[in-house]
Design a protein around this ligand. Structure first.
Ligand code: KIV
Ligand code: ZN
Length: 532
């Protein structure tokens, strides 16, 4: 028989308290509706006494999301309230319209909060806890009590207050690590010790902040120690360094049933990625790339060994199925660490079937480009393969190196180029000047190959946008005896792309002269079978 771990979402209350976040009513409703689709058990919709906007937001959520529809069961709608009786009245007014509602009342129990913030004696704090819970119970059976700053509270005193709350009728004791001070073993022990000390029929809950980056670890330690409710937010948003991230807690419990024995969470995990995107978009808080479960790199593999493994069997490097959290498929990201298997697989998914020497030379060019560019897009790859397919048919000439100089604006210097070409396997060097770097490079290449003629057309395109885009140069060349050929070149540098395009065109001259084939055939992925 499995035990339920209640997911208490506080994205719209503690999450909304993050600096710079201010959601309007429509946005709160959109998030609340998505939380209901996600299947959270409780939505803490706000702090109604805090402002008119907060009050109206909570009431709107109670009236709509707090009611079941044929498609989903309504979550319980909760409002936060201090122990002042007027706070509790206002809270009730805001949540009353919901099908099921909870009042969450809190008061600090740590010495520093009692002395400096509340300016109350411990006796006054005990009295406040008793009257608040009693008052809230007059409205609803579902009352939660929190001793704020529990991790820095005197254990005996805090347990006294908790016992008072239970005796007054609270059904849930939420233990907050308000300032993110606790560590996992300590937090687990504190939760266990409270359960041993405080008597009665209640659910114990954990509410962790992330100041030391331990909010999720502490929440999970609490679950192992008997907590059956965790308070958390989507993407871990919240005061300062945030709250415990719901997606991480849920997926830890789901992924490790051997640790969280017979525990269940009622979350539709396929809605996690969507919920994360929605919260990020509406709050303006970006999700870090490497964020667990919902970060854009959470299921992306770049290292060659990892890519090879994942392509053979996903579980070699993935402990969760990306589709289980609504993140689609594992992603193979092509970059400088990628291997041939991933390169080939990506091309195949793009409909380009390439084998043998063509695959090898395209892969070598890819590695060379990837070293200069952070990540290659599909468009970059397609352009690269087109270039290689054109070039791999005949390689009379191969560009070994190109160095250009001069031509800076306003210097009056003449642009110059030095090239080294392999001509039928032998190194040829040439130096030339020109009207610009591209012209100088083409003159030098012409000298090294000994093929005379003129450029009849020259186009440069950027394969993708951005300053690091690849330049794709297409040019036409006509030899002095009237043979017309074209060539294409690709590089992160436009002069190099031009030189490559020119070499490709001259290779075609050699090939056409040898075979008499049509010089103007352009090979494109999808238009021809690439199998060589
Ligand atoms: O962090 C905290 O102590 C809180 C309480 C109101 C539960 O958010
Ligand atoms: Zn909090």
């Amino acid at each position: 028989m499995s035990e339920q771990v209640i997911i208490f979402d506080t994205t719209l209350r503690d999450g909304e308290q993050s600096p710079g976040i201010s959601l309007d009513q429509g946005e709160k409703l959109e998030i609340a509706e998505q939380l209901a689709r996600l299947g959270v058990d409780y939505i803490e919709a706000g702090f109604p006494i805090a402002s008119q906007g907060d009050f109206e937001g909570v009431r709107a959520i109670a009236e709509s999301v707090g009611r079941s529809t044929p498609a989903r069961t309504a979550p319980v709608i909760c409002g936060l309230s201090r122990t002042a009786l007027k706070d509790i009245d206002r809270c009730w007014e805001a949540i009353e319209a919901a099908e099921s509602r909870r009042i969450h009342t809190f008061i600090a129990t740590s010495p520093t909060h009692m002395e400096h913030k509340l300016r109350m004696t411990p006796e006054q704090v005990k009295a406040e806890a008793a009257s608040a819970v009693t008052h809230a119970r007059a409205y609803t059976d579902d009352v939660e009590f929190s001793p704020e700053d529990a991790s820095r509270s005197d254990f005996d005193f805090m347990c006294e207050v908790l016992q008072i709350a239970i005796d007054a009728g609270a059904g849930t004791l939420n233990i907050p690590d308000t300032v993110g001070y606790a560590t996992p073993v300590e937090w687990g022990e504190r939760i266990r010790a409270i359960r041993e000390r405080v008597t009665g029929d209640y659910v114990i809950s954990s509410h962790c902040h992330n100041d030391l980056g331990l909010a999720v670890a502490n929440s999970l330690a609490a679950v192992q120690a008997g907590a059956r409710q965790v308070e958390c937010t989507i993407n871990g948003i919240g005061e300062r360094a945030g709250n415990a991230a719901m997606e991480e807690i849920v997926m830890a419990i789901r992924t490790r049933p051997d640790i969280y024995l017979d525990m269940e969470v009622g979350i539709q995990t396929e809605e996690l990625a969507k919920s994360s995107r929605l919260v990020s978009r509406l709050t303006g808080y970006p999700v870090q790339y490497n964020k667990a479960v919902v970060g854009r790199n959470a299921f992306a593999h770049e290292a060659g060994i990892h890519q090879h493994g994942v392509l053979r069997e996903r579980t070699t490097y993935e402990i969760m199925d990306p589709s289980a959290v609504g993140a689609g498929e594992s992603q193979i990201v092509l970059g400088k660490h990628s291997g041939r298997a991933a390169f080939k697989d990506t091309l195949q998914k793009m409909g380009i079937d390439i084998h043998g020497d063509a695959l090898q030379s395209a892969f070598e060019r890819f590695k060379e480009l990837a070293d200069r560019k952070v990540q290659l897009t599909d468009a970059d790859l397609e352009a690269l393969v087109v270039e290689e397919m054109g070039g791999s048919v005949d390689h009379a000439f191969e560009l070994v190196s190109l160095a250009t100089a001069g031509g800076s604006v306003g210097t009056g210097n003449t642009p110059q180029a030095d090239v080294v070409l392999l001509v039928e396997g032998e190194k040829h060097e040439a130096h030339a000047e020109g009207d610009g770097m591209v012209d100088a490079s083409c003159q030098a290449i012409r000298q090294a190959t000994g093929i005379e003629g003129r450029l009849t057309d020259y186009t440069v395109m950027s394969v993708t946008g951005g300053v690091d885009a690849l330049a794709d140069v297409a040019l036409s060349f006509e030899t002095t005896d009237g043979l017309k050929v074209s060539g294409r070149g690709l590089s992160s540098d436009v002069v190099e792309a031009s030189a490559r395009a020119f070499v490709a065109a001259l290779n075609k001259v050699v090939r056409v002269r040898a075979s008499g084939e049509d010089p103007n055939a352009v090979v494109r992925p999808g238009s021809l079978d690439f199998k060589l």
